[in-house]
Write a protein that binds this ligand. Structure first.
Ligand code: BG6
Length: 485
């Protein structure tokens, strides 16, 4: 039995370009889907529509709005200009890996450009070079909740098959350019978001389509094909690359032991795991036929798609885990609580965070065991963390014991899963540094072990400060996870 974490375990942190970089129009970058999301004060965190708030009308307004004001993802935490300082802090933490994403619209501003934007490519060159100074391995997500906005306006986003070739070209361009600098790649962040929040995941604007569910699954199918093509090309570019898929694992427990609830939980889990089934096993699972038929979804596929999916499956499975969910056939009997892109009925056994997420560290062990049983591929926990408000004390300290507690409990469960025999490659806590929230665009929903002085309206010095959790996580990494106290 493996005691503790294996040697070479990849400890680190994760962020996404669209939530951190800012500099939304610098050095030739085009507008991306994330630049369309305004900030507005939220009242109800269980209402998904209100949270994301992107419609044809809001896009029109955003396209006319030339500044970053009121659109937090346009300014992020100015990582674009401060990445050296931030990577030095990651170096101090002892990170072995840093998960970040390339902003597609920095490389191909319109998505369908003939040539890439050299300045955009240089920016990531500089970032990878900086990481190398600290022996930090990059883990690169090719598309994390953004795509060039002009692919949405001109082609309708991922529901249009043409987008596959633009993505393929983009992936080829960056994989070739960074062939010797990057080894680990993820093709899409939380690919299942495309069917949950189609604009965020797939650039599909709900009020422009007749059957949103059909359009979302169509977009998803195109992403599956694009991911396979990128995987195929990656292996030619550098056979040493390791390519992963990325799922927001939403494990569903039945609300009761009634067979109806258990069946409902099974269906909800199958619908979540179908994404990794396609990307790791190489085909749609049989139950999807019935799901498509019953939901009026006619998927347009092309000859050769099935073969591509079958032949170019991933090397490892990565996933995010924040919480567990509940399934029931009688939802009206229970209260509802939120998350970011989803809501669920409440689990009476779990506490919830200020933003409604249910705290369930044991669920992470269950997920790791279940994924390994199902796929027998190495697993990578690429997102896990606690969004909370932090207070800066008069002496400048930030005592975030709640975050330490969250991380400790979850990392303990990863260690247990390793002892259960699960092959886990690494763990990157979400929001290593405070960034703009994906769902609410708030700054005050902080995940980092590094504090950033900025409020929800974008005021602040942007100074970086080490939280108590910074010192704790540093110790965890230095001891390869054996010191979690
Ligand atoms: C994941 C996303 O779903 O959750 C991240 O991949 C996101 O981009 C994270 O930031 C936390 O969600 P939120 O909405 O609290 O930022």
């Amino acid at each position: 039995m493996q005691q503790g974490f294996p040697e070479g375990f990849l400890w680190g942190g994760a962020i996404a370009a669209n939530q951190a970089e800012g500099a939304f129009d610098a050095d030739g970058k085009g507008l991306s889907t994330a630049d369309m999301v305004p900030y507005f004060k939220k009242k109800d965190y269980t209402n998904l529509k209100e949270l994301m708030h992107v419609t044809s009308g809001s896009i029109e307004r955003a396209m006319r709005h030339n500044s970053a004001e009121g659109y937090p993802k346009r300014y992020g935490i100015d990582f674009y200009h401060r990445f050296k300082e931030d990577i030095a802090l990651f170096g101090e933490l002892g990170f072995k890996v840093f998960r970040m994403s390339i902003n597609w619209a920095r490389i191909f501003p319109n998505g369908d450009d003939a040539e890439p934007n050299e300045k955009g490519l240089q920016f990531y060159d500089a970032m990878f070079d900086e990481m190398r100074k600290f022996n930090i391995e990059p883990l690169v997500t090719l598309s994390h909740y953004e795509m060039p906005m002009s692919l949405v306006l001109k082609y309708g986003g991922w529901k249009n098959r043409k987008v596959i070739s633009f993505y393929e070209k983009y992936a080829k361009t960056v994989m070739t350019r960074y062939r010797d600098k990057v080894k680990y790649w993820l093709t899409f962040n939380e690919i299942n978001t495309t069917v949950i929040e189609p604009f965020t995941g797939g650039g599909v604007v709900e009020d422009t389509v007749e059957n949103i569910r059909e359009a979302s699954y169509q977009a998803l199918h195109h992403q599956f094909v694009a991911s396979s093509l990128a995987t195929r090309n990656a292996r030619k570019i550098n056979p040493g690359f390791r390519i992963g898929c990325m799922l927001a694992r939403m494990i569903h427990y039945p609300a009761t032991s009634s067979p109806e609830d258990v069946l409902q939980a099974q269906i909800d889990n199958q619908l979540n795991l179908m994404h990794t089934d396609v990307q790791a096993r190489g085909s749609y699972p049989p139950f999807m036929k019935r799901y498509f038929a019953e939901n009026n979804i006619q998927l347009a596929t092309e000859p050769g798609d099935a073969e591509l999916l079958r032949e170019h499956t991933v090397d490892f499975i990565s996933f995010s885990y924040y919480t567990s969910l509940i399934s029931t056939v009688n939802p009206e009997q229970y209260g509802v609580t939120g998350g970011n892109l989803f809501s669920t009925v409440k689990n009476p056994n779990l506490e919830i965070t200020e933003w409604g997420w249910q705290l369930d560290p044991v669920g992470l062990r269950i997920v790791l065991k279940e994924l390994y049983d199902r796929y027998r591929l190495p697993l990578f926990v690429v997102e896990n963390g606690l969004g909370a408000k932090d207070k800066v004390e008069e002496d400048g300290s930030i005592i975030d014991d709640y975050r330490i507690d969250y991380l400790r409990k979850h990392i303990t469960q990863v260690r247990e899963a390793v002892a259960d025999g699960v092959e886990v490659m690494g763990y990157t806590s979400w929001g290593a540094i405070d960034i703009i929230s994906a769902s609410t665009s708030e700054m005050s929903k902080r995940y980092g072990v590094i504090y950033v002085d900025q409020d929800d309206e974008g005021n602040g010095t942007l100074a970086r400060m080490k939280k108590k959790s910074f010192y704790w996580y540093k110790k965890v990494i230095a001891s390869n996870g054996s010191d979690l106290e």
